[in-house]
Design a protein around this ligand. Structure first.
Ligand code: WT7
Length: 665
């Protein structure tokens, strides 16, 4: 396994020796204070697993009907949690705050693309969500129905998710950057009955259509199950209208401002979120209500050390799991004041994050390494937008998510944004895990740049070989989780077999969770470092993409005979997509090749979305294949990096082809 070999190399090649213990003042006020506190929680989870989780679930959530059992393993790996308990997620995010002193507290500070901002209190958000939920009910949307949400970053986007939760409808948010085709595929796979969208989204001063893309999805066919499209008016720009369309403001205008929640089982599917795997077809990751909410709320307290006075800002989009867990659900369940940001980090200039932190006196800032790396570059080029030009003294905690953060970027973030005072929580998790799995606890864990350090209490992370045997520290292997946890994926929507095969493979015994990442533990500290995916999944700017998905999109183009997609390291985006393409006609060169490459990149944007556009395309008469016809992606990865192939390629059917694929266009 080449990924694991290279993990061992990284480990021996360069050991990170810098270590940053929590500042005493931070530790003194922390929710989990010191490593002894952390270890005590871990021990409690291990000593009596049922008791540990049940206690927390009773403490943290309000139950309409109490549960009698925590974890149920009788149908493993289809684990359930608190299954006979009844509750409602939206009730636990909103109604609870009407009576606990938070009613007039700001729930959301909305920072619009153009720099204007507005605030909404818990009481107002409760009303907005209730009206929204009543509106959906009036359209006939009911418990168990699936609703697609294709929305910009907005209070209405969060309210749409909460409104679905309130009436027991299962939402599936589709990122606003996905194409009509991707949207249509998700509408069909989810069997959705309604779509919630907006006329346009505004990003970086530009208006981008959303409603028009929904219309286009309909023209692709198969969306007949959608009875209504609810449209939030963001810009008032032109839209086409049909009988199934209804404006959100019309729908909610006469609705009552309270709405009895639908009480559901803790196992009721709160949402399905599609993510990339190693085949061409995205997987609908299905999450629960009770276990999911418990973990997102708890991690707000443990990892983000949330206090009543904090201003929390997670820069993710609600189209990704980070935006579900740490915008739409966790912060609200925990009663936080949070920023919801519509824009992009570089508009009106690359100081936008820093000026927004200053403006709203943000205390906890959670973003992705790719954003940090691009802002480092920008600050190097323009001193006026360097973080040291802004008053960032409100910050007390920083976070990172979505991909490995390289130690240099970590140090820059620590020094320039955190002024050497703020712990950084490097949080490892996945769409499938529902919430953070491994991360420092900021008032306890000594930090090491580039390491997500240790599992959270109750999370049984381990590193094993391909037969499932534990590996010693210092040896890279497969990252697994040996015990179930409350917010884990429940199944893949419509595909339980794929769920079992992907996450609980027989080779590992059938009951331990396979993350899909390689990892290694430090010999001395036992700290975990993630070494990258072990499957054909790429991570570009923190966005997860399957190479097979992009290959399928490319070969769907009438010009293309064959395509192979690989990732290569990229300074800013982490990984970049590199496609090797064989056309049906003869191999193009020069300007013609460049022209066709542009066409194919646009084609992929149309098929999947702009985020899936290959950064580079190279053309060959063929692809390097073994005699049995298998494409040697390993060799393509070397070529994509611009490195020389040193190993023996004599077993290839067509070694000469490597020469053709060596050069960029
Ligand atoms: C994959 C999951 C975490 C929510 C957003 C992404 C990579 C994520 C880290 C981290 C190293 C990380 C892994 C993982 N990843 N966080 N802190 N350090 N790698 O969720 O789209 O499901 O992607 O992102 O490879 O498997 P996702």
């Amino acid at each position: 396994m080449s990924e694991i070999e290279s993990a061992n190399e990284t480990q021996t090649g360069k050991q990170e020796s810098r270590i940053f213990p929590p500042p005493a003042t931070f530790q003194a006020q922390a929710n989990v204070s010191g490593m002894d506190d952390y270890r005590a929680l871990c021990a409690a989870a291990q000593t009596d697993e049922q008791d540990f989780w049940c206690k927390l679930a009773r403490e943290q959530l309000q139950w309409h009907k109490p549960f009698t059992q925590g974890l149920d393993e009788s149908n493993a790996p289809f684990y359930t949690w608190f299954a006979d308990g009844e509750m409602n997620v939206s009730y636990n995010c909103l109604d609870v705050h009407l009576t606990n002193g938070n009613a007039d507290k700001t729930a959301i500070i909305f920072e619009a693309d153009d720099g204007t901002s507005s605030k909404i209190s818990y009481r107002e958000l409760h009303q907005k969500v209730s009206k929204f939920a009543n509106g959906l009910r009036s359209l006939g949307v009911k418990k168990g129905d699936r609703v697609i949400i294709y929305m910009p970053m907005s209070v209405e986007g969060v309210a749409a998710m909460q409104a679905c939760a309130r009436i027991g409808a299962t939402h599936s948010v589709v990122f606003g950057g996905f194409s009509a085709k991707s949207l249509q595929e998700r509408i069909i796979d989810a069997g959705a009955v309604a779509v919630i969208t907006s006329d346009y989204q505004v990003r970086g001063g530009k208006q981008l259509p959303l409603k028009a893309i929904v219309d286009e999805a309909f023209t692709l066919g198969g969306c007949e199950g959608i009875a209504n499209v609810v449209v939030y008016q963001r810009t008032g720009g032109q839209v086409h209208w049909s009988t199934r369309d209804i404006w959100l403001h019309e729908l909610t205008k006469d609705q009552p401002a309270d709405c009895e929640p639908e009480w559901v089982s803790a196992e009721h599917p709160l949402f399905i979120l599609y993510t990339s795997g190693s085949t061409g077809k995205p997987k609908g990751v299905q999450h629960s209500s009770g276990g999911y909410l418990l973990w997102t709320k708890l991690t707000m307290q443990w990892v983000f050390d949330l206090k009543p006075t904090d201003v929390f800002w997670c820069t993710a989009d609600i189209g990704w799991v980070t935006g579900h867990s740490y915008i739409a659900y966790g912060p609200l369940a925990a009663g936080a004041t949070q920023i919801v940001f519509e824009g992009i980090p570089t508009f009106p200039n690359a100081g936008r994050f820093w000026s927004t932190i200053e403006k709203h006196k943000t205390t906890i800032f959670y973003t992705a390494p790719t954003a940090i790396r691009s802002l480092i570059k920008a600050a190097d080029g323009d001193a006026t937008i360097h973080p040291n030009k802004f008053n960032l003294t409100s910050l007390r905690l920083l976070g990172s998510v979505g991909e490995p953060i390289n130690p240099e970027a970590w140090m820059w973030y620590y020094k320039n944004v955190g002024r050497d005072l703020c712990p950084i929580v490097d949080t490892f998790w996945q769409t499938e895990t529902g919430g953070i799995m491994m991360s420092p606890l900021p008032g306890a864990t000594p930090l090491v740049p580039g390491s997500c350090t240790l599992p959270l209490p109750g999370i049984a992370s381990a590193i094993v070989d391909e037969a499932g045997h534990d590996l010693p520290n210092g040896q890279g292997g497969l990252l697994v989780v040996k015990r179930p946890w409350p917010s884990m994926i429940r199944t893949i929507w419509n595909d339980p077999e794929r769920f079992k095969k992907s996450y609980f493979p027989e080779e590992l015994g059938g009951n331990i969770y396979l993350a899909g990442d390689g990892a290694i533990r430090n010999k001395e500290t036992g700290y975990f470092t993630i070494t990258g995916r072990i499957d054909d999944v790429l991570n570009v700017s923190g966005h997860r993409m399957g190479t097979m998905e992009i290959e399928s999109a490319l070969v769907a183009n009438p010009m293309v005979a064959e395509a192979a997609v690989v990732g290569r390291p990229d300074d800013t985006t982490g990984e970049a997509i590199c496609a090797f393409v064989v056309l049906k006609r003869s191999r193009p060169t020069g300007d013609e090749a460049r022209q066709i490459a542009i066409e194919l990149r646009n084609w992929v944007a149309k098929e999947i979305g702009p985020i899936a556009k290959p950064k580079e395309i190279r053309f060959g008469d063929n692809l390097p294949k073994t005699r049995s016809g298998k494409i040697m992606r390993r060799l393509l990865r070397i070529l994509a990096k611009g490195e020389v192939i040193t190993q023996d390629v004599s077993t290839l059917e067509n070694p000469a082809i490597l020469e053709q694929l060596k050069e960029a266009l």
